[in-house]
Structure formats: structure tokens, C-alpha cells
Design a protein around this ligand. Structure first.
Ligand SMILES: [Zn+2]
Length: 107
């Protein structure tokens, strides 16, 4: 029994599985060709989702950073904490998404 990636959700499933236990996608009567094209589509969708997420992350980072830079909030105010927080989270999220996109492309 080998493990394959589900063409629809990309999770690991048994090659003998009739239905994916994660997304309920029916695999039994699927040709190799259909399987490959589904895999390709789900990969594109995934990378688009990641692209959108990294856009949001970038905006979060720019927003936080921009506010710190131009808004010049007091270091003790909640605005300052909020701006720092969103810049840090946005940056970390962006890096994470870039890494996931690279990883997705190498698969
Ligand atoms: Zn699945």
C-alpha cells in the first residue's frame, strides 16, 4: 500500500482509497489524466491563495510600519503597540507565505 497525495486537497492518502478521507473527493473512477489535471488546478488555487495572503500580510506590514513612521505615536500608547504588532505579524506572515509558495513550487 503506497501513500499518494489527494489530487483535490493534497493531503496524504492511501493509493487504494476510493474516497479521500479528508475532502470526500471520489478517486475510484478517476483516470490518471483527470487526477493530474485536478492536482495541477488545486496547486494553482493553493498558490493563488498564498499570494493573496502575502498581499494582505504586506499591507499589514506597510500599514503598521507607515503609521510608526509618519504617525509618530507615543512609545507608550496603544497605537504604538498596535502598529508594532501589525508590522511584526505582517512581516512574519509574509515571510512564511513566501516560504510556503517556494515549497509548493518545488513539490
Ligand atoms: Zn482530499
Amino acid at each position: 500500500m503506497a501513500l499518494i497525495n489527494c489530487p483535490s486537497c493534497s493531503k496524504r492518502i492511501s493509493s487504494k482509497a476510493v474516497v479521500c478521507q479528508h475532502c470526500q473527493c471520489v478517486l475510484a473512477d478517476m483516470s490518471e489524466e483527470q487526477r493530474l489535471s485536478m492536482q495541477k488546478i488545486s496547486k494553482i488555487e493553493q498558490s493563488q491563495k498564498l499570494m493573496n495572503q502575502s498581499m494582505i500580510a504586506m499591507l499589514l506590514f506597510c500599514g503598521g510600519f507607515g503609521f510608526m513612521f509618519w504617525g509618530e505615536p507615543e512609545p507608550t500608547s496603544w497605537q504604538y503597540s498596535l502598529a508594532t504588532g501589525s508590522a511584526v505579524i505582517g512581516f512574519a506572515w509574509y515571510i512564511l507565505n513566501r516560504a510556503r509558495i517556494i515549497w509548493l513550487k518545488r513539490k
